[in-house]
Design a protein around this ligand. Structure first.
Ligand code: ATP
Length: 659
């Protein structure tokens, strides 16, 4: 079919549309159908009378260029770069103003007359009201990127063209220009233009951002992204702020963040916008000091609107850069705590509170998934506080058999019970006198002992078994759990009054997969292991990438085990991705799978019991090996065994549990 026939059919289709027979538009995209309806209904364009291309006079063009002169200047480099990519594919490039007038153009000199005839030329008017449905005009109307492919154009003159356009918005979100690539000929399928749509959208955004940075070059600008590596290069969000943190303007991504914030916390007065310290969980000093605080001049903050983490840098105006910088004093170093994290907002919060609590006697409850480092944090709190010279006694309530926990904790006098040591025993609580008692897995503490523990905490006295007189103790209690304490309380398995006494302050450790400083954690765990082994094996970048991408259901413990395994089995001088345990090699393909010790429905419980039993048999009841395979602690394995009634063959008679 030649173009004339095609044009005739196209005109007939549109005439039927204008006569209200819309059913003939089956298969037409919604965005095109709406534009065609505007053309016939609103603009009164006659599909039967194709219009000649309208090109403005030099004088009229000059008048359209003037208001966007600054934008044209900023956009030039982007326009040239995009054109260099599309020219070999037969495309030309148009930059139009908000009315659809082509104010800048790049094309093939050889095709000059053909381009001019098709309207692909400087000064051509692509307003939907005149030219009908087309990429530029419809993009201006809908304020979104669009491809208008061949017969999707309204005017029959244009149905051989393929055009793809993306809007460029000003900092208020209004379309100020449109970037378009067009070709005189193209393949039939609409999909052939999908790649072009992404490319044009990308360049439109880059030009928009370059214009934003130019307009607010005298202001402080926060640039942010969800990936640390992209912040300087192509950070998607831009927010211009005053020295007091109040927001002046934002680009598209920045406005999305503001919108999300205002959806969660609606404005009190119309037009009110939150300040940057409300958008991010940060104090003004944290934001203003970003350039001085870290080598890469990027800091991670929590986004309050959606509780996600984003990486932020601060772009300072040149005038400010020359002025002496006011950097808020950094907190006094506390090495034991400082080394637990690098740049993660949740860890910042935990460590900030931990620094304040380290010299207090207030009880601290540490929560977090298994293996997140609760015991390591408890130890660091102890080591960094005034009790550092005293003992640190760690007790795992899940690992000690219920029958022994009381005597272990409270101690006993000689002859207090059959089977006890003849000299009696100083309980763990007494052993912690002058220091810290760390009760891990506190949710597993049997109810009767909870009552006794409550008394110790209230009266600061301990009564060993068989004793008649209480002994005074001076200790700080830190507890930890990965369980949902409110659920245990609701089910009557944990005393509420004890919970409140233990929970003087709560430190919640994030899961490894959620930490923005995963790279730092992997490095420090690796360096510690290498030092322990006195090895100089390196960790290659592909292994690091796989470790960064993995979901770590067993958190830092699983990470440590994975690296330990790699170091133990590696043959060469460096660990590659293939040296890692199999489950860590697949990267992001593995979905997060949180190990949860809360009671599960019976059938899931049965499955869990069977799987655990099989693994125990396979490993010859080697609990350490099973724990390593599952990425959980040994106490967790023991607890699960106890829950399912799984007893090692050699202990079936004694029913006694090792630590
Ligand atoms: N910041 C860290 N740097 C290096 N290693 C760490 C860090 N945090 C934890 N680990 C290591 O990870 C493992 C688990 O840590 P820890 O026992 O403190 O976790 P946990 O949360 O108490 O575990 P669970 O809930 O099973 O009791 C340990 O081998 C510990 O040495």
């Amino acid at each position: 079919m030649n173009l004339r026939n095609e044009q005739r059919q196209h005109i007939e289709t549109l005439i039927r549309l204008s006569e209200g027979q819309a059913k003939h538009l089956d298969g037409c995209r919604e965005v095109i159908r709406r534009s065609w309806e505007r053309c016939v209904g609103e603009y009164r364009l006659d599909p039967g009378r194709p219009r000649p291309v309208r090109v403005l006079t030099q004088q009229a063009l000059k008048e359209h260029r003037e208001p966007v002169d600054e934008l044209l200047h900023v956009a030039r480099a982007g326009v040239d770069q995009l054109f260099a990519q599309i020219a070999p594919l037969g495309y030309v490039l148009l930059l139009t103003d908000r009315r659809g007038i082509t104010v800048d153009f790049r094309g093939q000199p050889g095709q000059d007359p053909a381009l001019r005839k098709a309207g692909l030329y400087l000064g051509a008017d692509w307003d939907e009201r005149y030219a009908g449905t087309c990429a530029v005009g419809t993009c201006v109307h809908d304020a979104q990127a669009i491809t208008c492919h061949q017969s999707e154009h309204f005017d029959a003159t244009h149905i051989s063209l393929t055009c793809t356009a993306a809007p460029i918005a000003d900092p208020q979100g209004n379309v100020i220009a449109v970037l378009d690539i067009s070709a005189l000929q193209s393949p039939r399928s609409h999909e052939s233009q999908n790649f072009g749509l992404s490319l044009v959208s990308l360049y439109a955004r880059m030009i928009e951002d370059a214009y934003f940075l130019h307009r607010y070059r005298d202001c402080l600008i926060l640039r942010f992204d969800t990936a640390r590596e992209f912040v300087h290069l192509n950070g998607r969000g831009l927010i211009a702020i005053e020295e007091d943190g109040s927001v002046i303007a934002a680009n598209g991504e920045g406005r999305s963040l503001l919108d999300a914030h205002l959806r969660r916390w609606p404005a009190w007065t119309p037009g009110w916008v939150p300040s940057a310290t409300q958008l991010f969980e940060a104090e003004l000093g944290d934001l203003l000091s970003i350039p001085a605080t870290r080598d890469d001049q990027i800091r991670a903050f929590r986004v309050r609107a959606n509780d996600s983490t984003c990486f932020v840098t601060l772009i300072e105006p040149r005038s400010r850069r020359l002025a002496p910088r006011v950097v808020p004093p950094s907190p006094t170093p506390v090495p034991a705590l400082d080394r637990l994290a690098s740049d993660d907002p949740a860890m910042h919060r935990v460590l900030k509170l931990a620094r304040r609590l380290r010299n207090e006697t207030v009880s601290v409850l540490i929560t977090g998934e298994t293996g997140t480092g609760k015991e390591v944090l408890a130890r660091a709190l102890h080591d960094s506080g005034s009790r550092a010279d005293g003992p640190f006694v760690a007790v795992n309530c899940a690992a000690i058999p219920e029958s022994l926990i009381e005597s272990e904790l409270f101690g006993y006098l000689p002859g207090a019970f059959t089977g006890g040591r003849s000299k009696g025993m100083r309980g763990l609580i007494q052993q912690a006198d002058g220091g810290t008692l760390f009760l891990d897995e506190i949710g597993d503490m049997p109810l009767p002992l909870q009552t006794r523990l409550l008394r110790v905490l209230a009266e600061r006295e301990v009564m060993p078994l068989g004793a008649e007189k209480a002994v005074r103790v001076d200790l700080r209690v830190i507890t930890a759990t990965h369980r949902d304490m409110s659920e245990l309380i609701a089910n009557g398995r944990f005393r509420e009054d004890l919970y409140y006494r233990l929970n003087g302050a709560q430190l919640r450790l994030p899961a490894l997969r959620d930490r923005a400083d995963r790279h730092y954690v992997i490095r420090s765990v690796y360096e510690a292991l290498v030092a322990e082994r006195d090895s100089d094996v390196r960790l290659r970048a592909d292994a690091m990438s796989a470790l960064l991408a993995y979901a770590w259901p067993g958190n830092i413990r699983q990470l440590r085990n994975a690296l330990d395994f790699a170091l133990a089995t590696v043959e060469g001088e460096e660990i590659t991705v293939h040296d890692l345990p199999e489950e860590c090699q697949g990267g992001l393909a593995i979905a997060p799978q949180v190990i949860d010790a809360t009671p599960q429905p019976a059938c899931a419980d049965d499955d869990d019991a069977q799987a655990l039993h099989a693994l125990l048999q396979e490993t010859g009841w080697n609990v350490s090996l099973v724990a390593r395979r599952l990425g959980v602690s040994r106490p967790t394995v023991y607890r699960r065994m106890r829950r399912h009634g799984l007893v090692p063959p050699n202990r079936r008679e004694a029913r006694c549990w090792p630590e």
